[in-house]
Ligand binder design. Sequence first.
Ligand code: PLP
Length: 452
Amino acid sequence: LDVVRGVEPRIAEAIGAELADQRESLKLIASENYASPAVLLTMGNWFSDKYAEGTIGRRFYAGCRNVDTVESLGAEHARELFGARHAYLQPHSGIDANLVAFWAVLSQRVESPALERAGVRQVGELTEEDWAVLRRDLGGQRMLGMSLDAGGHLTHGFRPNISGKMFEQRSYGTDPETGLLDYDAVRAAAREFRPLILIAGYSAYPRKVNFRIMREIADEVGATLMVDMAHFAGLVAGKVFTGDFDPVPHAQIVTTTTHKSLRGPRGGMVLCDDDLAPHVDRGCPMVLGGPLPHVMAAKAVALAEARQPAFADYAQRVVDNARALGEGLMRRGARLVTGGTDNHLVLLDVTGYGLTGRQAEAALLDAGIVTNRNSVPRDPNGAWYTSGIRLGTPALTTRGLDTAGMDQVADLIHTVLDSTSPGTTRDGKPSKANYVLADGVAERVAGRSAEL
Ligand code: PLP
């Protein structure tokens, strides 16, 4: 840090403060983790200075042999780890990976047939008329994905995201009674809507998804099954999700982030079958520019780590810990969406404590417990205030907490929420944001969490 301090001391200070925050707080954000020193160090090197647009062995720049080595090794680790035919490591983030995947499917299913019809090989050779028709067709396709309040992600066709502007979207939700995915309802929606892409995967659904059934549904309506495993990639890598619950053998295309349960650097990745591979490899120049070779190197290191037996043990502990956290909360009277978990996350409905998600999130942060507020299905408080808190175990599991430790964490969360009451606005009306945490609780809880 001394080198950085010599140039911009305030940045050096922020880096130091971030390390302290991450060490001292209880990190329960389900999408965060602690990458290993090997992964972190691999990101800080001279690869950062290199341009390498193109694909392995076919670059638009000279001098890319070391980037080729890095990208091929990363892709090899990804293929071996996930049993995939093809891996593309260039996306800078999960959103980028999804954009690459959407355009790969559009390229395969809409653009290529149009080129064939017109008897040409490249878009540039299309007549103006053909090009106008193709542009219209590319823009008018349909996507069916999980609704946001059931746990889906913004990139699955929702209006604030480009996916919702590119595609006509419809959502499938969860059963109102159980909170679980209702495959018959997904099938009925798919039959009626006939999407080009059926997308499975989530950010806040605390259960496994049966991808064999999702593929059957996709096949029945002629859709491509895309799975966004950003959240649970580590559980697939660690062989906790196998058979029907492993997306790779079932989906034609799978996207992921590399920084969540997979515990790699911040980034994205696409896995696909042979038919889609050439379309995926057009991610650059379609939606990407130069790759980040230093991050691809770190992805290769993280994937190599995930191939070691210790990672399978880690992934199993992540799930055991989430179950212990959920059971600990329920034993203390809390209500969980779906009544439990079988992955790395727990969705706690905080209305039982008389709070909104926003109040709960802020009170927990006061006590050093970092979470994020999250909608629950059919949320009465909307997407900003919400009624839930999402809790995930990947980070604390990396720090070595076991199931007994997670029961303690459940106790700390319950103690804070039980000691918090909703506040009022300045003119005395009930507030969805303000809250009152009883005196001394934050300090006591922070003291106890430091011992974990
Ligand atoms: N897909 C899912 C399911 C996610 O949960 C997220 C991030 O939270 C993303 C995609 C986007 O990832 P990124 O933030 O790296 O763009």
